[in-house]
Design a protein around this ligand. Structure first.
Ligand SMILES: *[C@@H]1O[C@H](CO)[C@@H](O)[C@H](O)[C@H]1NC(C)=O
Ligand SMILES: *[C@@H]1O[C@H](CO)[C@@H](O)[C@H](O)[C@H]1NC(C)=O
Ligand SMILES: *[C@@H]1O[C@H](CO)[C@@H](O)[C@H](O)[C@H]1NC(C)=O
Ligand SMILES: *[C@@H]1O[C@H](CO)[C@@H](O)[C@H](O)[C@H]1NC(C)=O
Length: 456
């Protein structure tokens, strides 16, 4: 070896070794990517359903989280056009089960963020119109006001879970890393957001249309599953119910003969135990309602917590734990209030989507902004303890909020693939949040959650 090469190697080793646990390397840097590749061999993603950061993590007292308990209450008028009806503010404790599913279509999010179903797109794009996050209570009353009392409806969308109500999240927040500025990629419902996580675009789909059904498999864009198969990396899509298997959105899964990579959740537990998890595991919860574990209304929050605990405990006991990164995230906010205005973002492609709002007006969306904040955590012996990550940096050096596309941006570094879309290319990566010192103090199991009163 040439002496200068040896010096370079020593300098690299020194730089990596010098960074103490929790100290961040520069994102997108070759040091950081090399560090990520050397420690993480298995990535597990569990994508839950429909909860905002202020809702689920609103009662977490860890410093750095911008939420109601740390930053004061956040209020909405009962009626956006008639302020004489008064206002209501967020408060501690929410229902284990929300009976009235809040609006989370594109136009539903519009009225919650902008106070109108049909905001002026040009004004949004130019920065003249920014979200005020004032319409969550108004829209919940418009949808359900005839049947339920208005203070109960306001609590459903504005209140937040206390640390005691969500002991599994509380332990994870205190022991691992939580993102303070992580948004859904699409200000709309589940399946388009799930498509973003796996392919960096919803390919023009703005709602849960039939293309996502497993018998249609109408999405033709490249997915992470295709990318990994074509480069000889292993993957499985573990599902709780056959009606929610995200790999089945994509036509490629069928035409390439890879439907056998979708397997039931029981296989996840046996693979974790045997140390035979693939490099990439994607776990689908069951959705949506009584007895399901996704946290989607009307399913219980406590049932979702039991599910997360079971997945964590299995990974923690696995012979593969030492080389695992577990990403716990959500698809979207589900219409639950969050006070942080979502930012603009690069269009993934040049497609648009049009829907008819509840008032009969048409609205066309060009996929140029993010949805609300959602809880996302990095869980691994290779992340710092009790950390809160603020905004990130994209490869153009800009400070930006994280989003679901940050996952593909980072996995591209881990498994050597280019960003699938401009949205992914301009996203912040989180390679630098993997440290170079393995922790020995990670909890062996998480607390056992208990069901609480269905009504607050
Ligand atoms: C808001 O107030 C206006 C004027 O009083 C009324 O017409 C409208 O129905 C109210 N909207 C809701 C959602 O209560
Ligand atoms: C994947 O493996 C096959 C069979 O061993 C091999 O022919 C191919 O070149 C590999 N592809 C890549 C991208 O490594
Ligand atoms: C994981 O790392 C810990 C700490 O270094 C070590 O004690 C343990 O043996 C490792 N487990 C496996 C399965 O490699
Ligand atoms: C935009 O759409 C046209 C077809 O309408 C297509 O030819 C073109 O490649 C698209 N551009 C991008 C960046 O996707």
């Amino acid at each position: 070896m040439h002496p200068s090469a040896l010096l370079g190697l020593l300098a690299f080793a020194a730089a990596v070794a010098a960074a103490p646990p929790g100290r961040h390397l520069d994102p997108h840097s070759s040091y950081s990517v090399k560090n990520l590749k050397s420690h993480i061999k298995n990535v597990v993603i569990l994508e839950m359903e429909n909860r905002s950061l202020d809702n689920l993590l609103g009662g977490q007292t860890l410093k750095g989280l911008e939420n109601p308990i740390n930053h004061g209450h956040y209020c909405n008028p009962y009626n956006l056009t008639d302020h004489s009806q008064g206002k209501v503010c967020s408060a501690a404790k929410d229902f284990d089960s929300i009976l009235d599913d809040p609006a989370h279509s594109v136009t539903g999010n519009n009225i919650e963020f902008y106070g109108t179903f049909t905001p002026d797109n040009a004004a949004i794009a130019s920065g003249k119109l920014t979200p005020t996050q004032q319409g969550f209570v108004h829209e919940q009353l418009r949808r359900y006001g005839d049947d339920v009392d208005k203070t109960e409806l306001a609590k459903q969308v504005l209140n937040y879970y206390t640390e005691d109500q969500v002991p599994v999240f509380t332990s994870l927040v205190q022991n691992y890393l939580t993102f303070n500025h992580w948004h859904s990629d699409h200000p709309g419902p589940t399946n388009p957001n799930r498509a973003y996580v796996l392919s960096g675009t919803s390919a023009g789909h703005g709602t849960n249309d039939a293309s996502f059904n497993s018998d249609v498999h109408g999405l033709t864009q490249r997915s992470i599953f295709q990318q990994l198969s074509e480069t000889n990396h292993t993957w499985k899509n573990y599902y709780t119910n056959t009606d929610m298997v995200d790999a089945f959105f994509f036509d490629w899964t069928f035409t390439s003969g890879n439907t056998d990579k979708a397997v039931p959740l029981s296989t996840f537990y046996s693979d974790a135990k045997a140390g035979t998890l693939p490099e990439f595991s994607f776990i689908d919860p069951s959705c949506c309602g009584v007895g399901t574990n996704s946290m989607h209304p009307t399913g219980l929050i406590s049932d979702g917590e039991i599910f997360i605990k079971n997945v964590y405990d299995a990974l923690r006991a696995s012979p593969q734990w030492n080389q695992t990164l577990f990403i716990l995230t959500f698809d979207e906010t589900g219409g639950f209030a969050d006070h942080v205005p979502p930012p603009l973002a690069a269009r993934p492609d040049n497609l648009t989507y049009t829907e008819t709002a509840p008032n009969g007006e048409k609205y066309t969306f060009s996929f140029d902004r993010l949805g609300g904040r959602i809880p996302t955590l990095l869980i691994s012996p290779w992340v710092g303890k009790g950390l809160v990550e603020q905004k990130g940096t994209n490869s153009d050096g800009e400070t930006v909020s994280y989003s679901a596309s940050s996952i593909l941006r980072t996995l591209g570094y881990l498994w050597d693939f280019d960003p699938f879309t401009p949205r992914v290319a301009t996203s912040a990566s989180f390679d630098h949040l993997i440290t170079n010192v393995q922790r020995g103090d990670t909890p062996v199991t998480l607390p056992q959650p208990k069901a609480f009163k269905v009504k607050a």
